[in-house]
Ligand binder design. Structure first.
Ligand SMILES: Cc1ncc(COP(=O)(O)O)c(C=O)c1O
Length: 388
């Protein structure tokens, strides 16, 4: 089996890289959700080979792309889907917007669970819909639970027509259990609310937890959802701007797809679909090794913070490589906290209040980097906190 070297330090500066080209040279960027790992060698080789062909004319929509998604869902999550349930989308966020336009009306309410991935805060009002936030409950041990009582209240409002689920959840790193998902599905069905499930982080789920695709819960759940997927987080290919929506119900599929057809907004790109096909078909080894490496990073971080920076509490992470750090004991307002880490520790993270209610006092740290860089970032944080 091929072995990937996740310890390799690769210079990303000057590659029009958002993560690295946003901050000064002396800052370690541990913010936006891509990894600092090279993508799998079979993906690189396939892209090079295709580039060397030298002709980049119109692609024909063969089903290789759809089949790779069908295969991955089956082998990783046991969800049996069909190729004609799968639609190409230019990444996940546009897919969510398409779904919102297809399944809700302007003026409707869309429920999200707070704190929430920051673009969710934009796409809903930007498209003339209202956000209804269901705050996740922060438990004494730092884990989070769903507030089902409040959720039902929000779902039962007359103009609530969509629930945007982030499963696993960014930024709190929660992997929802089958019981939780089933209850969510039942409540949405009861109140006639459509579910869009953003499952972009589904490959990064730590031991003891299991990702369950929303559409696999039951026939009724499948008939009431769009599931958005993208291997971009796992294989570090977010820059190819391609993802997919899985829509099990034919009528829903047609509702979703018609506006794209009208806009002729479905044109796929050869360098978008190819890396996904190769990653999903040939690179399961990489996903397994990545998870093992991230588990090591997480264990290192947990031990380091507990022993050397006990003012910070690490959320018990069930999923994602975005670690949710409770920094409330540092007693700083959100802006001050961000400035502190950026200017004193020289580590760039995402400041918690940008994720909405429940986020203030937290920082989100991306640990998908070579261990040596994580160690350096943690030492910088330790030194800065000791100066306080
Ligand atoms: C929950 C979630 N959804 C969507 C995205 C963005 O996906 P895409 O680049 O496919 O639009 C991210 C990226 O961090 C994310 O964390």
């Amino acid at each position: 089996m091929m072995k990937h070297n996740f310890d390799e330090l690769i210079d990303r500066k000057g590659t029009e890289c958002k993560k690295w080209d946003t901050y000064a040279d002396d800052v370690i960027p541990m913010w936006i959700a891509d990894t600092d790992f090279k993508c799998p060698q079979p993906v690189v080789d396939a892209m090079v080979k295709r580039a060397q062909h030298g002709i980049f004319g119109y692609p024909v929509n063969v089903v290789n792309f759809e089949e790779s998604i069908v295969n991955w869902q089956k082998k990783r999550f046991g969800w049996n889907i069909e190729t004609d349930w799968v639609e190409y989308t230019p990444a996940v966020i546009p897919a969510i917007v398409y779904a919102m336009r297809a399944f809700t009306e302007p003026g409707d309410n869309v429920v999200i669970q707070m704190p929430a991935y920051h673009p969710f805060h934009d796409i809903i009002p930007n498209n003339g819909r209202h956000i209804l936030g269901n705050n996740l409950i922060l438990n004494a041990d730092g884990s989070y639970s769903v507030d089902f009582e409040n959720l039902e209240q929000l779902l039962s409002k007359k103009r609530t027509s969509m629930f945007l689920l982030c499963s696993p959840h960014n930024p709190v790193g929660k992997c929802f259990t089958r019981e939780e998902l089933t209850r969510i599905s039942e409540l949405c069905l009861k109140h006639n609310v459509f579910v869009v499930s953003d499952e972009i982080h589904s490959d990064i789920v730590y031991k003891g937890h299991q990702h369950i695709p929303f559409g696999s819960l039951s026939q009724a759940a499948a008939d009431n959802c769009v599931v958005c997927v993208n291997p971009s987080k796992t294989f570090n290919i977010a820059g190819v701007r391609t993802g997919a929506a899985v829509i099990p119900n034919r009528r829903n599929h047609d509702l979703f797809y018609k506006p794209l057809e009208d806009l002729k907004a479905y044109g796929r790109t050869i360098f978008g679909t190819l890396p996904i096909e190769v990653a999903y078909n040939e690179c399961e080894y990489y996903a397994d090794q990545l998870l093992e490496y991230l588990t090591g990073n997480l264990e290192y971080l947990n031990k380091f913070i507990a022993e050397r920076v006990p003012q910070i509490k690490v959320t018990p992470m069930q999923a994602t490589y975005l670690v949710w750090l409770n920094c409330k004991a540092l007693n700083m307002a959100p802006k001050e906290l961000n400035k502190f880490f950026l200017e004193k520790a020289k580590v760039a993270m995402n400041e918690g209040s940008t994720f909405g209610p429940g986020g203030a006092g937290f920082m989100r740290m991306n640990i998908a980097c070579p261990r040596s860089r994580l160690v350096e970032g943690l030492h910088r944080i330790e030194a800065a906190v000791k100066q306080l």
